[in-house]
Design a protein around this ligand. Structure first.
Ligand SMILES: NC(=O)C1=CN([C@@H]2O[C@H](COP(=O)(O)OP(=O)(O)OC[C@H]3O[C@@H](n4cnc5c(N)ncnc54)[C@H](O)[C@@H]3O)[C@@H](O)[C@H]2O)C=CC1
Ligand SMILES: O=C([O-])CC(=O)C(=O)O
Length: 356
């Protein structure tokens, strides 16, 4: 193992000198862009993706580059950021793209950002739980959040890295230690559970998934993913067999993809779609659009747990209103108790990682 300072110095040298043909990379002179009279300062939001060269990061970068609310897009990773940046920067959409490679460039990647999206970390292989990722991803999330606390403490954070049930508490502890914690601005991304629920419910009902809205509460792993089929919009009824089938499939949607990919990772394309759906909702909230409601795993008092996913209203300052669970049927009440038990342990594990 090389000492990390050596590795960091090597990465900095690579970033500064080995990509002279890539004027979007941090560390280059930028002469070409200056010669091109690049405007800069276009209206819109500044967004960073941390883990931008990964399976989620790349399609997420593509989709965020297409978002008209984004004026500046920073792509950070510990590998392959120059290639992804060069590629995405050629798209003829408004956002200016800049790349950042390795820890020495993390602070520049984060400075001035309005929204930071984090899909950095390792994905599951068949047979693993999301909690099996804790060992590696907890440390990655801690480092990245320390950077956010220092460089863009007011940014909204969309946390994708698993296990979300633990990484969100880790991020909260890091921000508390730094004195920058704003519970409204830390949002665990559970949108893929809602996207899956809408899709599977629409299949059962034989309708267009765009017309279906299923609240999914709790957390983002196994039984902590609790779809509220009694609150589907438009109001729909399901047989007990349908409820069981749908609940199982929604709770195990991630595993379904992990097994189908057979060792090549977990959901990336549907996740990038879900991440962009959620990030776009956050940006519309920041812009001042009214009535933006999404499910998210946030600091919450709707149960006795310190974090819980429910519908939230997104506004200029983040998750401005957290909605209660609403009326649950007997099946959902039993599911809620199971979800809370597992969630309590995962949350505590995240908190302990920073406190102990
Ligand atoms: N919240 C959700 O609904 C979902 C979460 N995930 C999670 O998202 C994470 C990423 O998944 P994939 O993109 O498929 O994995 P991947 O392995 O394809 O990409 C991860 C990227 O993170 C980068 N990375 C690693 N350490 C880093 C660091 N310290 N700083 C910045 N970047 C770093 C890697 O270089 C890689 O490019 C996993 O933890 C996965 O479990 C995946 C799907 C859904
Ligand atoms: O299942 C996984 O490991 C990735 C994930 O969180 C999902 O697809 O929901």
């Amino acid at each position: 193992m090389q000492p990390s300072s050596d590795v960091n110095q090597r990465i900095a040298r690579i970033a500064a000198h080995l990509h002279p043909s890539n004027p979007q990379m941090e560390g280059n002179s930028g002469l070409r862009r200056a010669n091109c009279r690049a405007k800069g300062g276009a209206p819109g939001f500044k967004v960073a993706i941390l883990g931008a060269a990964g399976g989620i990061g790349q399609p997420l970068a593509l989709l965020m580059k297409m978002n008209p609310l984004v004026s500046v897009l920073h792509l950070y990773d510990v590998v392959n950021a120059p290639g992804v940046t060069a590629d995405v920067s050629h798209m003829d959409t408004g956002a200016v793209v800049r790349g950042f490679l390795g820890q020495p460039q993390l602070e520049n990647a984060l400075t001035g950002m309005d929204l930071v999206i984090i899909p950095a970390g390792v994905p599951r292989k068949p047979g693993m739980t999301r909690d099996d990722l804790f060992k590696i991803n907890a440390g990655i999330v801690r480092t990245l959040c320390e950077g956010i606390a220092k460089c863009c403490p007011n940014a909204i954070v969309n946390l994708i890295s698993n296990p979300v049930n633990s990484t969100v508490p880790i991020a909260a502890e890091v921000f508390k230690n730094a004195g920058t914690f704003d519970p409204k601005k830390l949002l665990g991304v559970t949108t893929l559970d809602v996207v899956r629920a809408n899709t599977f419910v629409a299949e059962v009902l034989g309708v267009d998934p765009r017309e279906v809205s299923v609240p999914v509460i709790g957390g983002h792993a196994g039984v902590t993913i609790l779809p509220l089929l009694s609150q589907v919009n438009p109001p729909s009824s399901f047989t007990p067999d349908e409820v069981k089938y749908l609940t199982d499939r929604i709770q195990n949607g991630g595993t379904e993809v992990v097994e189908a990919k057979a060792g090549a990772g977990s959901a990336t394309l549907s996740m990038a779609y879900a991440a962009v759906k959620f990030a776009d909702a956050c940006l519309r909230g920041l812009k001042g659009d009214a009535g933006i409601i999404e499910c998210s795993f946030v600091t919450s008092a709707v149960t006795e747990l310190p974090f819980f996913a429910t519908k939230v209203r997104l506004g200029r300052t983040g998750a401005e209103e957290i909605f209660p669970l609403g009326p649950l049927n007997e099946f959902e009440r039993i599911g809620l108790e199971k979800a809370k038990k597992e969630l309590a342990e995962s949350i505590q594990k995240g908190i302990n990682f920073i406190r102990k």
